[in-house]
Write a protein that binds this ligand. Structure first.
Ligand SMILES: *Cc1c(COP(=O)(O)O)cnc(C)c1O
Length: 474
């Protein structure tokens, strides 16, 4: 299986060659040359599989340059109840992604039982094991540099802690994350994890990461890498739980289901698109945004118009102005026409927008099952309250966005599965506002904020960050 760039000008590569990289050399994103498609017989055989077996069955079709025994071993040590252990009452940790039924035909898929209580652990934990494996083979080293405003940084740190050959340098703004999110990252004492707390805002953190990454000499010399949301392995690993959820919510493969997905960078819902391409009987993929509604606008109008500003909302992990994985979907929508994608993103990258109505491409969106909606702060508070009152289930603000928009598109006879992307314990302020009570936390994390913290506070200064990396990169 070769991977090719959505912009068509970069060399075709194998899975292991794109694993550690970011963008393709032509600025595009890597995608499989063709999506493998499961036959009816194969799908029937998958119905009885546990999470690990499903993960191997799906991922071995996308990863063919890691020996199958090794891939199986990496999967078998990732997707275990001990890693995804922060279950809620009534959930079986052995399911890895338990399906909660609110009422017949309406479900929530628990994706946030991992170490950081957000769905990013689903892919990131596997990424940590894949990175370690590949670096071990090549005797390589990797210094992961990133900026976070919340869930990505902690998921990366918990996935990479203690891994041979890997160090993490994670920049976070001094203000802007919840106390829980800060404590989750800064409490890690592992020698290979470095928290750089920047006196500034998230955008400054991100600018520093860009500046360091654009210094190609520095980047090469110090083996700088990233684990951002365009990473193909993350998207691929996320497609597995769509299969798991489908089999849990249906009785036979003649049925269709719809998924509602709280979306930011379009990674999660892109994984659903891939599962659908691979033959999973998905009716609708419902893209739910918050007030940052660049994706909702596209799926309603055919116009993609990244915004100059990002709004800060009460579902902060979906606060994006452009959706980095969206290009993978548009590549398929455009019939895999790389020249077309190049011209569209030339406009976007010079600050513009594009409109897919004129050439008829927008009319094809329905064939891909994509629909959308957005929600406001009042909507998510309302939804958290209603779900608690009606079903006795507490959901976080991101999941509330998904549920609100999902219900708007619900169709009789088609089970609706809403992706739970974080646990309410991470977003205490929103829960307090909606319900007037504190969310329950896993007992192990009760005193998280009181634990000693390992962090380095510094000014928003590229040179200071580079110097820190030089001093600690070994
Ligand atoms: C990252 C994140 C999202 C958005 O997911 P994308 O893959 O970027 O679309 C939604 N909710 C939570 C809690 C997240 O951490």
């Amino acid at each position: 299986m070769n991977y090719l760039s959505t912009r068509g000008l970069a060399p075709q590569l194998r899975f292991s060659e794109i694993l550690l990289g970011g963008l393709a050399s032509d600025g595009g994103l890597y995608v499989p040359e063709a999506y493998p498609r499961f036959s009816e017989a194969e799908l029937a055989a998958m119905r009885g599989m546990n999470y690990r077996e499903l993960a191997f069955t799906v991922l071995s079709r996308l990863i063919d340059d890691i020996p199958h025994d090794d891939l199986r071993r990496l999967i078998d040590k990732t997707y275990i109840a001990d890693v995804y252990r922060y279950t809620n009452p009534g959930e079986n940790a052995e399911d890895i992604t338990p399906l909660k039924t609110l009422e017949p035909g309406l479900h929530v898929l628990a994706l946030s039982n991992g170490p950081t209580l957000a769905f990013k652990d689903m892919a990131m934990q596997l990424l940590g094991n894949l990175f370690e494996y590949v670096l071990d083979k090549t005797h390589g080293e990797l210094n992961i540099l990133g900026a976070t405003s919340g869930d990505t940084g902690s998921a990366a740190e918990y996935a990479m802690r203690g891994k041979r050959g890997i160090r993490v340098f994670m920049l976070s703004p001094v203000h802007g994350m919840t106390r829980f999110q800060q404590a989750q990252m800064y409490a890690l004492q592992d020698a290979n994890i470095h928290n750089l707390v920047i006196r500034g805002v998230f955008d400054q953190c991100q600018d520093i990461v860009k500046a360091v990454s654009n210094d190609l000499d520095f980047k090469t010399k110090h083996h700088i890498g990233a684990v951002n949301s365009i990473n193909w392995a993350r998207v691929a690993a996320q497609s597995v739980y769509y299969f798991k959820a489908y089999f849990a919510a249906t009785h036979d493969n003649g049925q269709q289901v719809s998924f509602s997905v709280p979306s930011g960078n379009f990674g999660n819902v892109c994984a659903g698109h891939i599962a659908r391409r691979m033959g999973l009987p998905i009716d609708k993929l419902i893209v739910a945004t918050n007030e940052n509604d660049v994706l909702d606008e596209f799926f309603k109008t055919g116009v993609y118009r990244p915004r100059p500003e990002t709004k800060h909302t009460s579902s902060p992990s979906m606060d994006i102005s452009k959706a980095s994985n969206f290009e993978r979907f548009v590549f398929d929508l455009a019939g895999r026409d790389a020249a077309k994608v190049r011209s569209l993103w030339t406009a976007v990258e010079s600050g513009g927008s594009f409109d897919l109505n004129a050439d008829g491409l927008f009319g094809r969106v329905a064939d891909f099952g994509m629909v959308s909606g957005s929600s406001s702060h009042a909507n998510r508070i309302d939804t958290i309250r209603t779900v608690y009152e009606v079903y006795g289930t507490m959901i976080d603000p991101h999941t509330a966005d998904g549920l609100k928009v999902g219900l708007e598109h619900r169709q009789p006879g088609v089970p609706l599965i809403c992706m739970e992307t974080a646990q309410p314990a991470k977003f205490e302020d929103a829960i307090r506002e909606a319900l007037g009570i504190e969310p329950v936390r896993p007992a192990e994390l009760a005193n998280l904020e009181a634990q000693p913290q390992k962090k380095q506070v510094m000014d928003a200064d590229v040179h200071a960050v580079k110097q820190f990396i030089v001093d600690h990169a070994g």
